[in-house]
Ligand binder design. Structure first.
Ligand SMILES: *Cc1c(COP(=O)(O)O)cnc(C)c1O
Length: 508
């Protein structure tokens, strides 16, 4: 029995909700579970070599070595590994991933990290420099995102403030936890709900799962922007926050933040702008004259913003900024303990001890780049993205979704777009597969602004489309996995397949 047969036989013909329920029941039967696991094993077996390529060439440490290994030896081995892995992202084959990547920028951040490698903001007495760096990172980010115009000087309570977190997901999780606790305290909402477009980042779904907030998803319009009328309909007495993206991860489109945040204001609830991706590009794009809708604290309804320093802020991986309108709101994020025998304890974010060196490197990245640097980088990225958009538009089998600035999703009405992606992978490209609808995106970074990279992308994409047109039956790669994900009710099994994939990553 295979998964496809189960699907096609009887379950596919009944009401989808009953089918899902039935299917989940059947999956739990030990005999069926075993069969399904065998199917997974076969699928994952094909992936195993690409996930674990170093087993033969390098020693595997399942246990501590008896005697410590020579430092020079370890460094040499790591150089071999990075030597294998560096070229793909350095030469601009990756969508997103490394947003700056120039050697001298990296060397500088490495020096800053080395200087601060022992610092921990949890010990503010030992490292007051960490608090200096973080308070300045927050202030600089807030100013860039409209804090200046947002606050009436007589209204100090409304000051834009924030925290440095470990990444976009943590910023989002913190904000959603903050709204949950704020709404419980201020509005006595015990069954909180959040309104989120289907295109909003998966971290919002994670927040809903972690903090037991009901997720109300709203659709997007023909331009892949959140549907405001649907948001209005979704608001209930239990709504704590509405979310908009600037721009969204999948299609790079900016949601109607003005309308959505106005709706939130009218209802007396929070509004979060997810500017993880756009926070360090859109302000400069606007100044450069690109058409950018207002998305930041200039809108009175916007009560929090996430912006990732470790993306277009050009810091090392591991930092992001979460901003709030008002100190009172931020306090719902904090944790304090006054009874613990370990002493008076407090921490602003999820972690206890934190890497102060990453905050130092983030601060250093921001002040070495400066306004001019961010402006110049944004200009190069937007111009390169224009070349790529034009190139895609000229390929007759492809179309671009929406009208994005620099995160460009494309699909096809005639070809299997995942086969196009697989062909691109065979030419070293690492693009992002998306679904609902089926498409692929490239998130343009400074890596793609190097001479010839955009042209190489378009040439390879043309070759990919030609190859798929000539041989649409080719199999393997990610195409069948996305095919499976699209195939109801097998879709409910894909989550379990992904869990097995994570298991594989942790295998020796
Ligand atoms: C990257 C991203 C996030 C999540 O950020 P991580 O740093 O990967 O945790 C959230 N929202 C958007 C729009 C993003 O692009």
């Amino acid at each position: 029995m295979d998964i496809k047969r189960i699907n096609e036989s009887f379950i596919g013909r009944v009401n989808p909700r009953i089918a899902t329920w039935l299917f989940n029941r059947i999956n739990k039967l030990p005999s069926i579970e075993k069969k399904i696991d065998q199917e997974y094993a076969a699928l994952l077996h094909d992936l195993e070599h690409s996930v674990k390529p170093y087993r033969e060439q390098f020693d595997t440490y399942a246990d501590l070595p008896e005697k410590g290994r020579a430092k020079s030896d370890i460094l040499k081995e790591m150089q071999t590994l990075t030597g294998i892995e560096d070229s793909r992202w350095q030469e601009g084959y990756a969508s997103g991933a490394v947003y700056h990547g120039d050697a001298d920028h990296i060397n500088f951040l490495n020096q800053v990290y080395a200087l601060n490698s022992q610092s921990n903001p949890l010990h503010s007495d030992l490292w007051p420099s960490s608090a200096k760096y973080e308070s300045e990172i927050i202030s600089m980010t807030a100013k860039m995102l409209g804090a200046e115009t947002a606050v009436n000087p007589s209204d100090a309570d409304q000051e834009i403030c924030g925290a440095v977190s470990s990444g976009g997901s943590e910023s989002i999780l913190l904000a959603m936890k903050t709204y949950r606790d704020w709404a419980r305290d201020q509005k006595k909402i015990m069954r909180p709900e959040m309104i989120v477009a289907v295109t909003a980042h998966a971290a919002f779904e994670k927040a809903a799962a972690y903090f037991k907030i009901k997720l109300k998803r709203i659709p997007v319009d023909a331009d892949y922007r959140a549907d405001v009328a649907a948001a209005r309909k979704a608001v209930s007495r239990n709504t704590i926050v509405i979310v908009g993206s600037a721009p969204s991860f999948p299609h790079g489109m900016v949601d109607p933040i003005a309308e959505l945040s106005e709706l939130a204001k009218e209802k007396g609830i929070g509004f979060h702008t997810d500017a993880c991706l756009g926070g360090f590009i859109l302000p400069w794009a606007e100044k450069l004259g690109w058409e950018v809708p207002v998305f930041d604290f200039r809108l009175p309804g916007v009560t929090s913003i996430s912006a990732d320093t470790h993306k277009y802020g050009y810091a090392a991986k591991g930092t992001s900024v979460i901003l709030y309108r008002g100190l009172a709101l931020r306090r719902y994020q904090y944790f304090t303990s006054s009874d613990w025998p370990g002493g008076l304890y407090f921490s602003p974010t999820f972690a206890g001890s934190r890497p102060g060196a990453l905050s130092a490197a983030c601060w250093a990245a921001m002040i070495t780049t400066g306004k001019k640097g961010y402006m110049a980088a944004s200009k190069k990225i937007l111009e390169t993205a224009s070349i790529i958009k034009k190139g895609i538009q000229e390929i007759s089998d492809l179309h671009i979704l929406g009208n994005p600035l620099w995160v460009i999703a494309f699909g096809s009405k005639t070809l299997n777009i995942y086969q196009v992606m697989d062909y691109m992978s065979s030419r070293s490209w690492s693009l992002n597969g998306l679904h609902h609808p089926s498409c692929v995106h490239i998130c343009v970074t400074l890596r793609h602004t190097q001479p010839g990279v955009a042209e190489r992308f378009i040439d390879d994409l043309k070759a990919a489309v030609d190859a798929v047109r000539k041989n649409p039956a080719r199999n393997g790669g990610m195409a069948p996995i996305y095919g499976m994900a699209a195939n109801f009710p097998v879709r409910s099994l894909v989550g379990r397949l992904l869990e097995r994939y994570i298991d594989l990553l942790y295998k020796l």
